[in-house]
Design a protein around this ligand. Structure first.
Ligand code: SAM
Length: 381
């Protein structure tokens, strides 16, 4: 069972398996309306889409309708694709991610630039996207990467904007994994760096449901995107020399941490597939706030701990965003043993069939929430 380190109501929720909708949170005691069940300070990984990234603060996700006057700190904008409200937001980002992450992102942006120089690739998908195709294609990649020459060639490949935005999300997740595996608490327990401020760790991230098969089955061209993303990450960062340590470590702490692995060790086919598979069914949109009908979708973020909240077309929990922080509050009284659920889209007020279509098209599942089951039963008479 996943623990909920950042739950103010620690012990008030637990993950159980439902008959038809995988795992979900349930309350272990009655919770009055407006109870904060989860309060998550930061995502495990995220990406801000290229279109918006010079208009959104990379630390607090503030967006001001395209006006950029609040972004006073853009020193990494061109190279690494990062903009900040002010030096406070920049310093906070650097303290959490470490300065080497700037180098990682800058290097990756080089692949985006190369992608721009090449004609757009309209080639049809190379497979039909069956489970067998997926396995075979990745085996082929594994075979090719035995050749150093091939991997060096991957480092010269270009990425289009969609691929580069996804690659940034994967890269950030892998740099967090790297911090976890390399930087252990020192003997006095002072350095507690792997917990991302008490939030999720890679083990939480990997315990999320993957949507690789279902999405690639629907859009086979995604498999080519995924493989290209892996090849570029492997080609760019596959050699030694990338030491992704956080800015907050003193030299002594760095020594204590005994960095034994290099960054290339975490760039594996398995890890990249996990990150890419997790994003579709578990991501939260980074929206322009306050949230309105015409708010822009600026990017997406994966917060592993609240990802165990299932969808319900009549939910009893709602999220509210404050910078990169997400809070989850009950919207009605909840009895002990009730399932806790949010709404994944703005579907609650649509008729049954439209709701179901939206969830199938956008989220790839047939909704079996209490409201849909009740309405479905009434319709059948
Ligand atoms: C964010 S995850 C929620 C946790 C997930 N149940 C698990 O076991 O990891 C979203 C996935 O849960 C399932 N799910 C969530 N709500 C559902 C619902 N109302 N009906 C059917 N499946 C649902 C779908 O497979 C969906 O892709």
């Amino acid at each position: 069972m996943i623990d909920t380190p950042s739950s103010p109501n620690n012990g008030a929720l637990e993950v159980r398996t439902t008959p038809y909708a995988g795992r979900s949170y349930f309350s272990t005691r009655s919770l009055p309306e407006n109870s904060c069940i989860l309060d998550i300070a930061t995502p495990y990984s995220y990406t801000i889409y290229k279109k918006f990234r010079s208009e959104v603060c990379s630390e607090c996700f503030k967006y001001d309708g395209g006006r950029r006057a609040f972004l006073t700190c853009r020193q990494y904008g061109e190279s690494a694709g990062l903009s900040f409200c002010d030096t406070g937001c920049r310093d906070s980002w650097l303290a959490n991610e470490g300065p080497t992450t700037i180098d990682l992102l800058t290097t990756l942006e080089g692949a985006r630039r190369k992608g721009k120089q090449k004609a757009t690739n309209d080639a049809p998908p190379s497979t039909k996207g069956t489970a067998e195709d997926i396995a075979k294609s990745w085996e082929e990649v594994r075979r090719k990467e035995q050749s150093g020459k091939e991997v060096r060639r991957w480092g010269q490949l270009g990425l289009d904007d969609f691929q580069a935005d996804m690659a940034r999300y994967v890269l950030l997740a892998l740099s967090h994994l790297f911090q976890e595996v390399t930087i252990k608490p020192s003997s006095d327990g002072h350095v507690d760096i792997g917990t991302l401020d008490g939030e999720a760790r890679w083990e939480h991230f990997t315990s999320l449901q993957t949507s690789e098969q279902i999405r690639v089955g629907r859009f086979p061209e995604l498999l080519d995107d995924h493989i290209k993303i892996y090849q570029v990450l492997r080609g760019l960062f596959g050699g030694p020399g990338w030491n992704v340590a956080r800015a907050t470590l003193t030299e002594e702490q760095e020594r204590d941490a005994k960095i034994k692995v290099c960054f290339s060790d975490v760039i594996t086919i398995e890890n990249v597939r996990i990150a890419l598979g997790v994003d579709a069914g578990n991501s939260f949109g980074i929206w322009e706030r306050p949230l309105m009908d015409n708010s822009e979708l600026l990017g997406f973020a994966v917060y592993p701990v609240p990802s165990f909240l299932n969808h319900n077309c009549s939910p009893n929990v709602q999220s509210s965003g404050d910078g990169r922080r997400l809070r989850f509050l009950t919207t009605k009284d909840v009895a002990a043993g009730d399932q806790l659920s949010i709404s994944y889209g703005h579907v609650e007020n649509l008729p049954l069939r439209e709701r179901q279509r939206e969830l199938l098209d956008g989220w790839f599942f047939e909704c079996v929430c209490t409201k849909c089951l009740a309405e479905g039963a009434t319709a059948k008479g």
